[in-house]
Design a protein around this ligand. Sequence first.
Ligand code: TXA
Ligand code: MG
Length: 338
Amino acid sequence: MITQLLTNTNKDLQFAANLIRQGELVAFPTETVYGLGADARNAEAVQKIFTAKGRPADNPLIVHLANLDMLESVAKEIPSIAWTLAEQFWPGSLTMIFPKRKEIPEITSGGLDTVGVRIPAHSAARELISLSGCPIAAPSANRSGLPSPTTAEHVLQDMSGRIAAVLDGGQCSGGVESTVICFDDAQTIHILRPGLISENDLSPFTKSVYIDKAVFQQISPETKVSSPGMKYKHYSPKAKILPVDAPDFEHFRNYVEQHKTNYTYCLLFDSDPEIHSIPCLRYGDNGVQQAHDLFFRFRELDELGAEIVYVRMPEKSGTSLSVYNRLMRAAGFEVISL
Ligand code: TXA
Ligand code: MG
């Protein structure tokens, strides 16, 4: 199969929507990362996603909608707090989990009786869904285990020859995947995966917001978790990622200078000084910048042939928690503490 590279024009969007209607796979831009889309109601089409990604069958897909009118065709028992959050955060990078309707086949929901739903903010994504006339199931468009793609080129690196088309909508503005939440009861928001919509953003809307422990620690594959995606190793480039928890830059530099080998790189904050003896890339100074750059830098480091990458630790709170979580999962939750 030859993967067609499409642009964000009306003609190409129509062409992409036709492919979706015919049960083919189309990767498309969202404001978080690129998604690998198929008609969420078509079990055969959704099976192709799992095959193209090499994704475990028990890991459910997020269903993407063009507008709120589509919500009750895929989900039911929607609590009133969810309507409030939808009004506040959609279109945007918040995925909410609800009991699913039978229009969504089990393969899409990874065998669960719930479905994760969001309305993406990227206009090309919503346009594609509208033109397709169906909800679109889409995981991140990377091969399973690799960093999520934030450009069409990164999608092609992983998916060329495996999918019908990629729609190029430029580099994703967000850079990490959406915040995934479920509702333990009418008052309690449970964060399963942190994203740029943080605990602080959600807390004004309810008495209780809590973050799943799988965000902070490795979960063994046998453990039953609320979100199956959290137990798999993820986001990892070929290079070994070593986060260094140092009290300051000087400690970090001393450590890496003592431990460097031939293909050692550093991933620093923008405001850090140079380390002249080691090649360095940078990934911003705050959560929003770091989220934007992290996966892009991971792929760049692989292209440069990095084997070991020492990384400055992001904060563990606010928007940075999403960066911390992706970094820790790329590192298998191993940290060098100085
Ligand atoms: O930003 C995003 O969310 C991107 C773009 C393309 O929208 N999509 C994305 O999908 O990151 P994926 O498949 O790579 O990650 C989906 C996550 C997984 O951790 C999965 O386990 C969880 O959401 N999830 C989906 N449906 C779920 C459900 N019904 N119950 C629990 N967790 C669910
Ligand atoms: Mg993913």
